[in-house]
Design a protein around this ligand. Structure first.
Ligand SMILES: [Zn+2]
Length: 504
């Protein structure tokens, strides 16, 4: 895949123009352009600039290439130059910038704007990430002043935290609003600004009331309401992680449910139901391909998954739309990484197990038997001054049992005999290298009725995993093939050495 990666890198660079911005090319037919009652003028979309800085930053982290840093610095300088600045509140007066400036003199003059979340709210996180990597002052200034605009001037979020659903605010488009919340949370957490965190929390709490508890999210609050994007789910996971790290550890429960359910289910693992061709006779080079698409899509994330199906049937809302779209593909992969990298974290000598998922770390190895059994095994790899483990809120804390083995010494305790932090983490005290700790608790099977906008689903849970959904999906049904065993099936896989590391 190195040659393909190289092609992508080359392509990304080819969109830059002299002014430092990334420009879109015309891919529309004349009919479509005429239908828009407009002319296609090559322009730099403010939606795209967010993805551009995100991509350049990742590229720079991976390679340290000075040419990439130069492009990113120039990009940030350009964004700062074109932003309209009113004291601490910065914004863009249009969705796109052209070679001759902002497209409408009148819009700039009368201080009109477009949807703030889509155009600059979501830029905050990627810009701040670039600042963290390089110390670029323009990126910091943009992030800080866009934050001030979003919170105090934009009107994107209503005072009760709900999304403004007006047409001028993209009908409360969830993907761009959740991306803005994740951006604000990231900036607020890192700059120790609790006013930003409490702003995010209020809106996130409202947003969760619009989502199912397994991670399906609405597309917007009108015609796109039924179009869940993996992107939105991943931004919801990211926001939940930051809130959990900001003094609200109860959000780890939500993060674990979203990871275990709609994120993992939205990854395409079986492809035998997809029709494709084993020759290129139908292909139109650089435009359309039918050649082995099923196999080539394996591992991709859904573009618009329904609550019960990889494919959204389009009966409600705008109609059928893409099964896979590349924004969601990149986001899904990021979601897996965000989850994986936060299973265990360490702060001030305190090692915290936040998510009950398998992971090998230098501190300890976690073997999770969930959802089959309420059992977590910890093999301690080095002395840990203080170890904490999150216990799900559906577990009666008195029913938790802790078995510790250190050489010949064995001890047993219950959840009543140990300390807790914020009713979320159970304290395991210090742990020593070579020790094994087994934690058991009863699994809870329960049923919920979940609302996906106007549609209702009956959902059966085992712990934090959805194990059945009714009605069932049609094309690539989600959840209903999951099995819960009395005894956890153990898979052993050999580790493979690649690029200097060991991988499954
Ligand atoms: Zn997407």
């Amino acid at each position: 895949g190195k040659d393909i990666e190289e092609h992508y890198r080359h392509n990304l660079m080819s969109f830059f123009r002299e002014d430092g911005l990334s420009y879109r090319r015309n891919t529309f037919t004349q009919d479509v352009i005429e239908e828009h009652q407009s002319q296609f003028v090559e322009s730099a979309s403010m939606i795209d600039q967010r993805a551009v800085i995100l991509g350049l930053t990742t590229w720079l982290i991976a390679t340290g290439d000075e040419k990439v840093k130069a492009a990113a610095d120039k990009h940030c300088a350009a964004l700062k130059r074109i932003a309209r600045k009113e004291r601490d509140s910065w914004y863009y007066p249009a969705s796109e910038y052209t070679k001759t400036g902002w497209p409408s003199f009148d819009a700039v003059h009368t201080r009109l704007t477009v949807d703030p979340a889509a155009m600059w709210g979501r830029q905050i996180g990627p810009l701040y990430r670039y600042y963290k990597l390089t110390g670029n002052k323009d990126a910091y200034e943009l992030a800080e002043n866009f934050t001030a605009n979003i919170i105090y001037r934009s009107g994107v979020f209503n005072s009760d935290g709900s999304f403004n659903s007006a047409l001028g605010y993209r009908n409360g488009h969830f993907h761009t609003r959740m991306g803005t919340l994740a951006s604000l949370a990231y900036f607020g957490f890192d700059t120790s600004d609790s006013s930003i965190i409490s702003f995010v929390k209020k809106s996130y709490d409202w947003a969760l009331t619009q989502c199912t508890s397994f991670g399906w999210t609405p597309g917007d609050m009108h015609d796109q309401a039924y179009e869940h994007e993996t992107c939105t789910l991943v931004d919801a996971i990211h926001t939940g992680i930051i809130l959990a790290q900001s003094g609200y550890p109860q959000y780890w429960g939500c993060v674990e449910r979203f990871l275990r359910n709609h994120l993992t289910e939205s990854q395409l693992m079986e492809v035998d139901w997809i029709e494709d061709m084993d020759n290129k006779s139908m292909d139109i080079p650089k435009q359309r391909t039918y050649y082995k698409v099923a196999q080539r899509l394996r591992g991709a994330f859904s573009g618009y998954a329904a609550p019960n199906d990889f494919v959204y049937d389009g009966k409600w809302g705008r109609g059928h739309i893409m099964d896979v779209q590349t924004c969601c593909l990149g986001a899904g992969t990021r979601g897996l990484y965000l989850g994986w990298s936060n299973i265990v974290t360490e702060t001030r000598g305190r090692v915290m197990i936040n998510l009950l998922l398998n992971k090998a770390t230098h501190w300890l190895d976690i073997k999770s038997y969930m959802p089959h059994e309420g059992k977590i095994e910890l093999d301690i790899n080095e002395d840990i001054p203080e170890l904490l483990i999150r216990i799900p809120k559906w577990v009666p804390f008195g029913a938790v049992e802790i078995y510790r083995t250190q050489g010949e010494r064995r001890t047993t305790k219950t959840g009543r005999q140990t300390g807790w932090v914020k009713k979320v983490y159970m304290k395991l005290g210090s742990a020593v290298k070579g020790e094994t700790i087994t934690i058991t608790f009863p699994m809870q099977v329960r049923k919920t009725v979940e609302k996906a906008w106007t549609l209702e689903y009956s959902v059966k849970w085992c712990g934090d995993d959805v194990i059945h959904i009714d009605p069932a999906g049609t094309y690539y049904p989600l959840y209903n093939n999951r099995k819960v065993h009395k005894k956890t099936p153990i898979k052993t896989k050999a580790l493979v050495r690649s690029q200097g590391g060991l991988y499954i």
